[in-house]
Design a binder for this molecule. Structure first.
Ligand SMILES: Nc1nc2c(ncn2[C@@H]2O[C@H](COP(=O)(O)OP(=O)(O)OP(=O)(O)O)[C@@H](O)[C@H]2O)c(=O)[nH]1
Ligand SMILES: [Mg+2]
Length: 471
C-alpha cells in the first residue's frame, strides 16, 4: 500500500512533505529519519513532545524531546531533532531529521507516525532531487554524493569527494560556456546572413578545439574512474602447485582458498575484494594451467586463461623447485606484462631465480614487499595514478586530474565529442552556418545534460531513482 502510493507520486511534486529512513534498516545504536518539504517542521511538531519548541526552532538547531503518538499520547522514543529552514540546510527546504534509537520497532513506529501526520514516504533519491531543484547541487555533484555513499575503498572515496567538491562540474560548465559563446556568434551571423547556407568560415576555431580536447579527455578518464567503482582485477596464474592459492591467501590475509600438495587443487576461480594502497583490487585465484585430465579441470583451465586475458594485471607464479616449463613460456608470451614470480624461495630445492623474476616464498612471506611494490607499479597507472597513493597529502596534486565515473556522464561526453568533431570537420570543409549551429547545439546540450542544466523531467527521474532511499 505504502509502496503503491510512493510509486504513483512524481519527483516533480515538490510541494509534498516527505519522510524516509536515511540509515540502514536493522539493529543499530541510532537511526536517522529525514523529513523535508513545505510545512515539515509544523508536521513534525505534531508528533513531538515539545511542539512549541520544535515549531519555533531556528535552522541548524537541535531540539531534544520524544516522538509521541498524538492519538494515544504515548511516547515512542526519546529523540534529538535537527531542524533545517529553507533556503538553508542540505535540501534547501524546511525539514527535521530525527535521531532515534536504531531498532526496527522504533523505526517502524516512527515512520508510521510521520506518515499519519501527513508525510509521504520519500522516493529513492528524492531529498537529493529536491536539493537539485532548489539549486543546492547539480547533477554531477548529486551523483558524486551517491558515489560517496557507495565508496568501497579509500581511493573511491577520495575520487567521489573530488567530484562532489565541484572540479568536474566547473570544467563542464566552462566548456559549455565556451561553446555557447561560439554558438551565439554563429546564430547571430545566421540571422544577418542572406541565406541559411551561408558559409561558416571565420569562427574562432581554437576555442572549439580546446573544448573538444577537454571533453575527449574527460571521456577517456572514464576507464580509470570506473575502475575505482569496480576494482582492478589482479589474477594469480601459474601451473598447478606453483603456490597460487598460498599467495592468494597471504594477500587476502585469510585461509580463503584451499592449499594442498596435490596439483589441480583449485578447479574454479575464487575472488576476494581487497584494498591495496587505497585502491580497490579484485584478487582472483585460478586453476593451474596445464593440459587438463578431465572435463571439469579443462573448463577450469580455460576460465583461468580467459580471466587472465581480461585482468588489469597478472601475477604469474613459477614453482622454483621445478623451474620454467613450456606451459609457462606459452602463457608469458601471451601476457608479456605479467609479473613473474619465482615461488618457494624458502625451499632447499629452490633453484636460482632467472632474471626478470621476483623471488617469493608464499609460505613465509619473504619477498612479498617487493612483489607488492611491483604490483602497485603495474596497477596504479590503470587508475590514472602514478603510484596509487591515495593519502590526503597527495590530494592537492591529484585534484588537478578529474575522472568521470558514471556511464551516463561518459555517454554524454562522447555525444559532445562526436558533435564537436563534426563541427570542426565541417568548418574545415566550409559547411554552411546552419549545419554548424546544429552540431554546436548538440554538443552544448549534451554537456548541459551532464550537470542537469538542461535535463528533462524524464532524465532527472531516471537519475535520481537510482539513488538510495533517504538520500
Ligand atoms: N616450501 C614452500 N611450499 C609452498 C610455497 N607455496 C606453496 N607451497 C606448497 O605448495 C603446494 C601447492 O600450493 P598451492 O598454494 O595449493 O598451489 P596452487 O598453485 O594453488 O595449486 P593448484 O590449485 O593445484 O593449481 C602446497 O603444498 C603448499 O603448501 C612456498 O612458498 N614454499
Ligand atoms: Mg590453488
Amino acid at each position: 500500500m505504502v509502496c503503491l502510493k510512493a510509486m504513483q507520486r512524481s519527483y516533480m511534486d515538490t510541494s509534498v512533505p516527505i519522510a524516509a529512513l536515511a540509515t540502514a534498516p536493522g539493529e543499530s545504536a541510532l537511526a536517522v529519519i529525514r523529513t523535508s518539504g513545505p510545512g515539515a517542521v509544523g508536521l513534525a511538531a505534531s508528533v513531538f513532545s515539545r511542539p512549541a519548541a520544535l515549531a519555533a526552532a531556528r535552522g541548524l538547531s537541535l531540539v531534544s524531546g520524544k516522538l509521541v503518538d498524538p492519538a494515544s499520547g504515548q511516547a515512542v522514543d526519546e529523540v534529538l531533532a535537527a531542524v533545517f529552514r529553507a533556503p538553508g540546510g542540505p535540501v534547501g527546504d524546511d525539514g527535521v531529521e530525527f535521531f532515534c534509537h536504531g531498532s526496527p520497532a522504533v523505526i517502524r513506529r516512527a515512520l508510521s507516525l510521520l506518515e499519519a501526520a501527513g508525510f509521504a514516504p520519500a522516493l529513492p533519491g528524492e531529498f537529493s532531487f529536491r536539493a537539485f531543484a532548489n539549486g543546492k547541487t547539480d547533477l554531477v555533484k548529486a551523483e558524486a554524493v551517491q558515489e560517496l555513499v557507495r565508496a568501497g575503498s579509500e581511493g573511491a572515496r577520495a575520487e567521489a569527494l573530488r567530484r562532489l567538491e565541484g572540479g568536474l562540474s566547473r570544467a563542464l560548465r566552462a566548456a559549455r560556456e565556451a561553446l555557447v559563446g561560439t554558438l551565439a556568434e554563429a546564430e547571430a551571423r545566421l540571422d544577418y546572413a542572406e541565406d541559411d547556407d551561408a558559409p561558416a568560415g571565420g569562427l574562432e576555431l581554437a576555442a572549439l578545439r580546446g573544448v573538444r580536447d577537454l571533453v575527449a579527455g574527460l571521456s577517456a578518464s572514464y576507464a580509470a574512474g570506473r575502475l575505482f567503482e569496480r576494482g582492478a582485477r589482479v589474477v594469480v596464474a601459474g601451473r598447478p602447485n606453483a603456490g597460487k592459492s598460498s599467495l592468494f591467501n597471504l594477500l587476502v590475509r585469510e585461509e580463503r582458498s584451499i592449499v594442498a600438495a596435490d596439483p589441480g587443487t583449485t578447479r574454479d576461480w575464487i575472488e576476494a575484494g581487497i584494498e591495496l594502497w587505497g585502491l580497490p583490487i579484485r584478487l582472483i585465484d585460478t586453476a593451474g594451467l596445464r593440459i587438463a585430465s578431465g572435463e571439469i579441470e579443462a573448463e577450469g583451465v580455460s576460465r583461468s586463461r580467459r580471466l587472465a586475458a581480461e585482468a588489469e594485471a597478472v601475477v604469474y607464479l613459477v614453482d622454483g623447485t621445478s623451474g620454467v616449463e613450456p606451459e609457462d613460456r606459452a602463457f608469458l608470451e601471451s601476457r608479456p606484462d605479467a609479473l613473474r614470480v619465482w615461488n618457494k624461495a624458502d625451499s632447499p630445492g629452490c633453484a636460482q631465480a632467472p632474471s626478470g623474476y621476483l623471488r617469493l616464498s608464499a609460505a613465509t612471506g619473504e619477498g612479498l614487499p617487493a612483489l607488492a611494490d611491483a604490483l602497485r607499479e603495474s596497477v596504479a597507472p590503470r587508475f590514472g595514478r602514478d603510484d596509487g597513493d591515495a593519502r590526503p597529502a597527495r590530494d592537492i596534486q591529484a585534484a588537478r586530474d578529474i575522472r568521470v565515473a558514471s556511464e551516463r556522464q561518459k555517454l554524454l561526453l562522447d555525444r559532445a565529442v562526436a558533435a564537436l568533431d563534426s563541427a570542426l570537420a565541417g568548418l574545415d570543409e566550409g559547411i554552411p552556418l546552419d549545419a554548424l549551429v546544429i552540431d554546436l547545439r548538440e554538443a552544448a546540450d549534451a554537456l548541459g545534460e551532464i550537470t542537469g542544466e538542461i535535463a528533462s523531467e524524464e532524465i532527472l527521474e531516471a537519475v535520481f531513482s537510482r539513488f538510495c532511499l533517504g538520500k
